[in-house]
Design a binder for this molecule. Structure first.
Ligand code: 3PG
Length: 214
């Protein structure tokens, strides 16, 4: 089998305006959910390691949906990073930054979008070579105003704000020069998933086409 194509964190961020933050409770939902998002124009998929089936879901998507680029979210430890890479994740997203997670992702050949919420965390991630970061939890930690303040000292850092972002407030984030994309769970509502309403998920993905970088 050909080696999977590698994607840098910046490429993951630039592919679409939104990275969906996905929580899967049933392996049977993984493939139809991924196909529904791809049909709606979104192929970078962050499957969070928050449920017992998350790794199996990543594996299922990696095998059955080649048009999708599946990544692992909620990567908090070296073991998480290794397990995600073994399952076929092509990128990782973490809620915060530690050197251990940074190194584990490097060792696994997997790009990492590390989460930050303070200047000190940005400095630590940057010092270790990460300049594309997730701002989490974005709304709770200061929203667009925080990103504007960071654009001064951290002029060379690009962000993906995630946490409390919606179709309605996403344009305010995307208008900022230091924001490349946003992340959010609104594309994959738990009720749509439970009902197998894949058409709704495709529609929610299509609705984000109106969100463009300023
Ligand atoms: C998360 O990790 O839960 C994400 O930040 C998603 O947040 P949201 O549910 O507010 O989009």
């Amino acid at each position: 089998m050909a080696a999977a194509q590698k994607f840098s964190a910046l490429q993951v961020m630039q592919d679409a305006s939104v990275i969906p933050v996905i929580v899967l409770n049933d392996v049977a939902h993984a493939v139809p959910m991924a196909r529904a998002l791809v049909a709606g124009g979104i192929r970078m998929l962050e499957v969070t390691l928050r449920t017992p089936v998350a790794l199996a879901c990543i594996e299922a998507i990696a095998k059955a949906v080649p048009e999708a680029v599946v990544g692992a979210g909620t990567v908090r430890t070296k073991a998480d990073a290794q397990a995600a890479a073994n399952a076929g994740a092509l990128f990782a997203v973490s809620p915060g930054y530690t050197s251990a997670v940074g190194q584990a992702c490097r060792d696994a050949g997997m790009s990492l979008l590390p989460g930050v919420a303070t200047g000190g965390e940005i400095m630590m991630a940057q010092e270790e070579g990460f300049t594309e970061l997730k701002f989490f939890p974005a709304m709770q930690a200061g929203g667009p105003a925080m990103l504007k303040a960071w654009s001064g000292p951290f002029f060379d850092v690009k962000f993906c704000p995630t946490g409390g972002v919606t179709l309605q407030n996403a344009p305010e984030f995307l208008a900022l020069p230091n924001v490349v994309c946003v992340g959010g769970s609104w594309l994959v509502p738990a009720d749509a998933m439970a009902a197998g309403d894949w058409a709704r998920i495709t529609q929610l993905a299509q609705d984000t086409a109106s969100l463009k970088k300023a």
